[in-house]
Design a protein around this ligand. Sequence first.
Ligand SMILES: Cc1ncc(COP(=O)(O)O)c(C=O)c1O
Length: 453
Amino acid sequence: MAQRRYVLDEDAIPTQWYNLAADLPSLPPPPLHPGTGQPIGPDDLAPLFPMALILQEVSTERWIPIPEPVRAAYAMWRPTPLHRALGLERELGTSCRIFYKYEGVSPAGSHKPNTSIPQAFFNREEGVRRLATETGAGQWGSALALACALFGMECKVYMVRASYDQKPYRRVMIETWGGACVPSPSADTASGRAILEASPDSTGSLGIAISEAVEDAATRDDTRYSLGSVLNHVLLHQTVIGQEARRQLEDAGAAPDVVVGCVGGGSNFSGLAFPFLAEKIAGRDVRVIAAEPAACPTLTRGHYGYDFGDTAELTPLVAMHSLGHGFVPPAIHSGGLRYHGMAPLVSHLVKEGLVEPRAYHQRECFAEAVRFARVEGIVPAPEPSHAIRAVVEEVERAREEGVERTILFNLCGHGHFDMGAYDDFLSGQMEDYELPQADLDRAAEAMAGLPTP
Ligand SMILES: Cc1ncc(COP(=O)(O)O)c(C=O)c1O
């Protein structure tokens, strides 16, 4: 019988995070201070982040040690299993080998605690008692609430209004772990109040929720800000995924020809792909694919330039693919993929041709998620259904070319809180959104006066 799961012991939890910046042929342009237009320094970030994380953000050291209390917390669910998708291979009638790393076994149901735990830990070490953050679908907010509970901290979550209304159980999960959760835009911040005044029925966006959380942290001494994606240190923390996967693939006697992840801000993709990108940079032939929604096509149709990470222009300017910081994406069900920007490192990799971006509509993704659930058992979160769609496309391509490939993807979360979305799909109510070029042009105008990298 072919082996279906590759499982590691607790002592195989990585002891270091892998920093791709050490191996990149060139580094992305630095973040800029919006006032001076000059590169920002550690002091500019100090009101928002603890120094340990700021140093990780700018580090070019290849390996960064994982503190023992973080590894001990990781041991609640790590190492995560690597699955061979035997059911999907059979269903597709392919001789390609498909593997997936399953991050849905974490307490919060996704890859997000890989970074919420170290973020809470490093903040607590520097005496911070409260963290403020935003959340889209609620995955990140619940992961941070969990981490704050473990390290005895308070947690305030600004949750995008559309998801707050659509997904009440993520809010309840946040509250179960002791966090406070308000719909964004909220009346708790000046940026939230300004938006509510202009549009009282605003359904919110990640950009707006980030403005609120940044403002909360910047205006309170006891509070720092925590971000669930995009930043270098977040991507760094996620590399436990790819490191474990490499070892598990070795156990399976396999090496991937293609590595696939979905991208919202870029963290689960990077966590899986960075250790394999190191191999690619060293000369191994491996293709790396980033799958995004066609309704929020940051990498495939966005503009590469400096932009703000948030709507209210409170963050530094970062060089990235962006749809413009005023862009409010259509209300697709992959809440975690509705972000106007992208991790600067991922944007840089796309620009350098090391990563191929692809965009898919939500109905074709849900069709694959349902097929996957019926042959693999696990009900995927809507976000990684984009990765599954890309995998199926790669299988078709291998068939056309008459080759057998080994494909690895990140199943970065389960969809147990997304039954409303599955219901919409199964009952034929789900719609795709075709973004007219004029909408994208208008959104990108917001970047017109900003510096160019
Ligand atoms: C399950 C899941 N996958 C993917 C994402 C997208 O984020 P990232 O690109 O940082 O992995 C999210 C974000 O909330 C998520 O909850």
